[in-house]
Design a protein around this ligand. Structure first.
Ligand code: CUK
Ligand code: CUA
Length: 672
């Protein structure tokens, strides 16, 4: 069985098998050299020869191959970018297991097509009364216990509309979407604190609080940044909006955040850019374009936030109100010592905390270094009041006093993750590489050195290592999430897929390896939206339901709905023009299979899938009424509609569930 030791059993096993196989292959090659007999006989040696594979390519193929019926040891949760969803992908096979529906209606899962539970979740994400039915998902965050992934929940942000979603990993269904009340877009999130007490959502493009109107001429006075801390209630599996709060920040453009852990537990770090407070060229062209105006200064500010203390200040009611939501004012944060800045070079992007929480690694997009800040030195600089105020009065700590090291990694460093052996991996956007570098003490006494780089294809954004942002990274595998794929795949029109490249990082760096021991294993095209970040969890930490625990289960409340139809109590009840239907679905029948309505009826229709077998899902579609459900074994769902179109409407099961699946149908008759 797969176990999570330093070098997992299965990996040791497959490495041994690999060594053996390569030996056999070279023996065969030696035996057959000069002879044509091996070609075309179907043996793997002849396949290797015919296709002209190198030893390294054969090794790569063997490392990713999952024989039929075997499961991947890791599961990757990748943001779905514009799709508004999350992709669930097996590692190392890179097989897509599910496009998990979050912000966007998804027909296979019956997400957003009449099922009241799903409609309610989606409607909670409406903005200013508009139904927003897509999202720009960026950063999935798996729930943690003690700084380690616990496999219970995953969260993700919508950059486009500043929303956050909560997904329960018992059934991989989205349970909650929350619209941020004070901001209209976000970026620095989601990330969670080590016990998932708080879900972090940092802002991005500053607006006045509550996105009120104000001309950019008033930018410095009226516009504000923000970070929001959502209180997560594990028992209900929901964010508790009433116990959550935000902090008002200067109108810099906050970027990625990370939570402190172990040594830095209780603190939060967010990068930023546009501390220039550029507002663009403007309609009259008198200003500077953003990309120049927002890159003029040599430094931006890493935001260092004392979350524990901010929680106390917010709980004491020392807040003001924006759209009914409590916000800690900027001046309060300064007075109470909740917020400090640290200069970070040239348009920073990622801010990543090391496994032990000792350091924050920051990458400047326009600087070839990663800058490593010591949490201890930050605390000392705060104690020494070794700072200068920024224009808003926020203490800016002395750069030299808090910097631990800078490592030159290449052009355009973005994001950093870690392995089990004290190495860090930074994505290098402009160079299109992954840089492997050695952390300093307490990881390595001779650290802060670049070990080498691996070319990737092309323009890498995030990277994700197995459990690589937890307190105990696994190492072994890393996935490079590349923005451009250019020549890697057949071009399906001018919009090309992204390229997720799987990398073996199980070997130590060695002097004779140009790639510091890293090996590229596999190219996975993803043509469904731009994944930004992904997290990779050991599969044995996930314990999803195989079927719902009881018949009549409502995923919206994760309990049996007492009103759910059960075998034997199927019926139709009419009260005036209110009609309520209790229907069951079982292979291969809907009961009842005829429902007669009158035009104008208010219809409440419950359906339970009373099948209890693994994978015995039924669908339920009604034409013209835009109804499409997925009823997994045991699940109950309710649809509500007004029967405003008379006619004859065959309804049917949309999942090929049995030999008589096509017969699993019925008639909804709406009398004029
Ligand atoms: S961002 Cu996309 S590559 Cu939203 Cu995390 Cu850096
Ligand atoms: Cu049930 Cu097809």
């Amino acid at each position: 069985m797969y176990s999570r030791s330093h070098t997992p059993h299965w990996r040791r096993r497959s490495l041994l098998a690999l060594v053996a196989l390569v030996a056999v292959v070279s023996l065969i090659f030696t035996a057959c050299s000069g002879s044509d007999e091996a070609a075309g006989d179907g043996s793997y040696a002849s396949i290797i020869e015919e296709r002209g594979f190198t030893d390294e390519q054969v090794a790569a193929a063997l490392k990713t191959y999952m024989p039929s019926g075997e499961h991947d040891p890791y599961i990757m949760f990748a943001s779905g970018g514009h799709s508004g969803q999350i992709f669930v992908i097996g590692v190392p096979s890179m097989r897509i297991l599910k496009e998990l529906a979050v912000f966007t209606p998804e027909p296979w899962q019956g997400w957003g097509f009449g099922n009241s539970g799903t409609m309610e979740v989606l409607d909670a994400g409406n903005v200013d009364g508009n139904e927003i039915r897509w999202a720009d998902t960026h950063h999935p965050a798996l729930s943690e216990t003690g700084g380690d992934y616990d496999g219970e929940f995953v969260f993700i942000n919508d950059k486009a509309n500043a929303r956050v979603a909560v997904i329960d990993l018992r059934d991989f269904e989205t349970k909650q979407i929350i619209k941020n009340p004070i901001a209209i877009n976000d970026h620095g999130g989601t990330k969670v604190t080590p016990d998932t007490d708080w879900v972090i959502q940092g802002g991005q493009y500053a607006t006045p609080n509550g996105w009120e109107y104000s001309p950019t001429a008033n930018y410095d006075e009226d516009y504000r940044g923000m970070v929001t801390f959502w209180k997560f209630d594990r028992s209900s599996g929901r964010i508790d909006e009433g116990a959550s709060f935000a902090m008002e920040l200067p109108p810099y453009w906050q970027d990625l955040c990370d939570a402190g852990k172990l040594a830095s537990d209780g603190w939060v770090f967010c990068g930023s850019f546009n501390t220039e407070r550029a507002t663009g060229e403007g309609a009259d062209g008198s200003g500077e374009p953003f990309e120049a105006g927002a890159s003029a200064r040599d430094n931006d500010y890493l935001h260092v936030i004392n979350l524990d203390k901010a929680v106390e200040v917010a709980a004491a009611g020392n807040t003001f109100d924006v759209n009914g939501f409590p916000v800690v004012a900027l001046q309060t944060s300064i007075d109470e010592g909740l917020l400090y800045f640290v200069p970070e070079p040239k348009s920073p992007h990622g801010a990543d905390v090391t496994p032990g929480g000792e350091y924050v690694v920051v990458s400047g997009k326009l600087d070839p270094h990663v800058s490593v800040y010591s949490f201890e030195k930050i605390q000392q600089a705060i104690a020494d009041q070794n700072w200068q105020p920024d224009p808003y009065g926020v203490p800016v700590l002395d750069f030299d006093a808090v910097l631990e090291a800078q490592v030159e990694v290449g052009l355009g460093p973005l994001h950093t993750e870690f392995d089990a052996d004290g190495y860090a991996y930074t994505s290098i956007f402009l160079d299109s590489t992954v840089a492997r570098w050695k952390l300093g003490p307490p990881y390595h006494d001779d650290g802060w050195t670049l070990e080498g780089t691996l070319p990737v294809h092309y323009n890498i954004g995030h990277l994700s290592a197995a459990e690589g942002d937890t307190v105990s990274p696994d190492g072994g595998f890393l996935v490079a999430l590349n923005k451009w794929s250019i020549d890697r795949f057949f071009p399906p029109g001018p919009l090309l897929p992204q390229n997720l490249q799987l990398v073996d990082i199980s070997q130590p760096p060695s002097a004779d390896s140009e790639t510091a021991g890293m090996q590229l294993l596999y190219d996975m095209p993803l043509g469904m939206g731009e994944p930004h970040y992904a997290q990779i969890i050991a599969a044995d930490k996930l314990e999803p339901f195989e079927v719902y625990p009881e018949i009549g289960w409502d995923p919206a409340i994760m309990a049996v709905d007492p009103n759910a139809p059960q075998l034997g109590n199927e019926r139709v009840e009419r009260d005036g023009n209110n009609v309520e239907i209790w229907m069951t679905a079982v292979r291969s029948h809907f009961t009842p299979d005829q429902v007669t309505l009158q035009a104008g009826d208010n219809v409440t229709w419950h359906i339970t899938n009373v099948d209890t077998s693994f994978d015995a899902t039924h669908g339920f579609a009604i034409p013209a009424y835009n109804v499409n459900l997925s009823l997994e074994p045991g699940e109950t769902a309710t649809i509500e509609f007004v029967a405003n179109q008379d006619g004859t409407f065959p309804f049917y099961c949309t999942e090929f569930c049995s030999a008589l699946h096509l017969e699993m149908a019925g008639y909804m008759l709406v009398e004029p």
